[in-house]
Design a protein around this ligand. Structure first.
Ligand SMILES: [Zn+2]
Length: 531
């Protein structure tokens, strides 16, 4: 049976840019658009030309993307002709393949917000779609507040949608702008719309205010809609938009959808999904959500010993899809409560071959438990666990030795008379027979120490060039009689691979230094640096 085509429309750069704290530069927008294009997204909405300088510049040149690059803007203003509306003119001039208009479809908004008549609202939709079609653009109409509008006045809401379709709009997109509509309502209303407009011209744009934007998108598809709009990582104002990173694997991997629908996403692209999701967080300078479905670090992490032993026998026992299919990996957490099976499963994953009755396995488990009692958290620090395992079971080369470090924090007045706090670190390292000294300034003591440590590692420098620290978390723990500090550091390399290391000490600098050292040594081990 031939599968139906389902289209994906990304609005990370437009609706996602409304997220509190997100401010995309032109370079960000171009990089994200390329990433979405490579992923195989059918439509990438770039922004709102004319509304701000970044978006105007974004649409000032042909960006040569394979995707249908889409500009967003309003239909002509009420009481003006299409040819005499500067906003519409800017939109028509934009170097875009498609135009997505937004229009009111709730009679209450037409009266109160737009202060015009229902007839004029529909005339504005018709004129705008016609003008864009005349310029050879593919046209979409976002029907704002469609679901609330439909509940209040179904005839008018539907008339707005139909006007666009009749004028030749490729898509009429039903927006749950306030995000409060529930899946069963979406299914009923989309079903009714698809009786008047063919489903392969109907799209869904859901917001996540009841945590159901993804469910609402699927409800719309089951009722006949064939375009889903959403954003990467569910970015968007308030509670966000429908999360394409959750929607895509469900469409690709769940037979209910995979057997019926085809998308533009290849299996190969799907395997890069976790990387795409993390790359966006990286650009936003945010720590990825560990518990994100499919792509989160914990999405395939198992803790309890009994589950771990079953997962070793057959992963399908506790996994709904294969982690590799979305570019994620299985993780068996090694913790105090864990048994030998967790340790064995984790050793197998990281590729250390060992007999399960080898006394060193019991020794490793003992060391893990001892260290967790004093504050180490190996289930959160995969790389530190791997180093500990390699040290217990085999050997980790002594690549280099830090013979001394010195960190200095100084508060003083600078030349402009402003009070500033400056951190400076000096690190002495021995690499083979060479003694190296590096100094660096930083925005804080840990940053300065990190900069100095990684400034010159002699022959190992080339292996750590692409290493960056992406997250730094500190917790004060009460272990026994005195408080200790636990530091978790997350690092990333040039291939987008991430790992976490841990350090524990009563002294925060010392704890940070342990975690930094583990990160650098882990990178050397991973890169196969010679001893
Ligand atoms: Zn929206």
């Amino acid at each position: 049976m031939a599968r139906e085509r389902l289209y994906l429309f990304d609005t990370t750069l437009r609706d996602g840019a409304q997220t509190n704290g997100v401010d995309f530069t032109l370079a960000d927008k171009l990089a994200i658009a390329r990433m979405l294009d490579e992923l195989g997204i059918d439509y990438v909405e770039g922004g709102y030309p004319g509304a701000n300088p970044t978006d105007t510049e974004l649409f000032s040149a042909d960006r040569k993307l394979g995707t249908t690059f889409t500009a967003f803007g309003m239909t002509r203003r009420p009481g003006r002709s299409a040819s005499n509306d500067p906003g519409l003119a800017a939109l028509l001039e934009a170097k875009a393949d498609a135009i997505c208009f937004v229009a009111k479809s709730w009679d209450y908004h037409v009266r109160v917000a737009l202060e015009t008549t229902e007839e004029e609202n529909i005339a504005s939709i018709r004129d705008s779609v016609r003008a864009a079609k005349a310029r050879g653009k593919e046209v979409l109409l976002d029907c704002e507040h469609f679901f609330d509008g439909y509940k209040a006045n179904p005839e008018f809401a539907l008339a707005c949608a139909k006007a666009a379709y009749e004028e030749g709009a490729r898509w009429v997109v039903l927006c749950d702008t306030n995000g409060g509509t529930l899946p069963h309502e979406v299914e009923r209303i989309v079903g009714a719309v698809c009786k008047a407009i063919p489903g392969d011209h109907v799209g869904i744009h859901a917001h996540n205010d009841t945590e159901q934007a993804v469910a609402n998108s699927f409800a719309a598809v089951l009722a006949g809609a064939r375009q889903i709009q959403g954003t990467l990582n569910g970015l968007g104002e308030r509670c966000g938009n429908a999360n394409l990173v959750s929607i895509i694997p469900t469409l690709k991997l769940k037979p209910e959808f995979a057997d019926r629908f085809e998308t533009g996403i290849s299996e190969g692209a799907l395997r890069k999904l976790a990387q795409v999701s993390h790359a966006l967080d990286e650009r936003l300078n945010r720590a990825p959500n560990r518990h994100a479905p499919y792509v989160g670090e914990s999405a395939f992490a198992t803790k309890a010993g009994i589950h771990a032993s079953a997962i070793l026998k057959d992963p399908a026992t506790y996994e709904h899809v294969a982690p590799e299919s979305v570019g994620n990996k299985r993780k068996v957490l090694v913790s105090e409560q864990a048994g030998k099976s967790n340790v064995l499963a984790e050793l197998e994953r990281i590729g250390i071959k060992v007999d399960k009755n080898d006394p060193r396995v019991a020794r490793l488990l003992e060391v893990v438990k001892e260290r967790e009692t004093i504050g180490y958290a190996y289930e959160a620090a995969d790389a530190s666990f791997e180093l500990l395992a390699r040290r217990t079971l085999g050997r980790v080369p002594d690549y280099f030795e830090v013979t001394q470090f010195d960190v200095n924090v100084e508060q003083r007045f600078n030349a402009k008379g402003e009070q500033v706090t400056v951190a400076m670190a000096v690190v002495k390292v021995k690499v083979g027979d060479d003694s190296l000294i590096s100094a660096a300034e930083g925005n804080g003591p840990v940053n300065a120490l990190d900069q100095a440590l990684r400034k010159d590692l002699g022959k190992y420098q080339k292996f750590i060039e692409g290493l960056t620290l992406t997250d730094y978390r500190v917790r004060i723990l009460n272990a026994g009689t005195e408080a200790v500090t636990r530091v978790l550091i997350e690092s990333e390399d040039e291939n987008g691979e991430r790992w976490t290391t841990v350090g524990v000490s009563p002294n925060i600098i010392d704890a940070s230094f342990q975690a930094l050292m583990d990160s650098v040594i882990f990178k050397l081990v991973k890169s196969g640096a010679p001893a």
